[in-house]
Design a protein around this ligand. Sequence first.
Ligand code: SF4
Ligand code: SF4
Length: 201
Amino acid sequence: MYGFGLAKGLMVTLKNFIRPPFTIQYPEERIPQHPRFRGEEFAWYEERCTGCASCAKYCPLGIIKIVTSEGGRSPQEGGHYDIDVFDIDIGRCMFCGLCVEACPYDALFMGSGFERGRYERQDLVITVDELREAVKKPSTWFRPQLEDSGYDPHKDSALDWRAVGREKWEWHQREKAGARIKFRPARVGDKTQEGDGEARS
Ligand code: SF4
Ligand code: SF4
């Protein structure tokens, strides 16, 4: 019928005219992110890290650089590596998360942020010092233990290394990287303080 197509087209226009907008006024407004969101800053727990470099080997782009040296603190027990360099060139990262999947000790997590605008590409490299100092709000992606606990990095406080693993932190104290360095003060809100002490050396 003549004019029916025109009316149909106008109905689409009218429908979209009254529909609420999809766009938001960023940065004043932000879309809430899922706890499993794979963000850009990474959460790295040195206390859990053995320096095995599995994460670097599995990164398909080769953008993780790890340099270790002999810790030399407990040679009779095999010793532990010191992490001298742990750089991630986030400017080339595709957030596949393979590095996180590859980490056997739950030492590396995707982050939960998405705002790292820089003028120079070299400023996009996350250095070991930055990883050490960062407030650690790990993404729950590929970490069912965090997801099961209901942790939300966008709402909850930062997590200490003892709170993020699949096994109890005492296991790390005896067996792995937890014995490698002195404990740091737990962050505010951390309830796993009991048993604190100095790592064996
Ligand atoms: S998320 Fe993927 S690309 Fe980025 S550092 Fe990890 S393995 Fe490499
Ligand atoms: S973050 Fe994990 S995979 Fe990477 S060096 Fe440390 S323990 Fe190994």
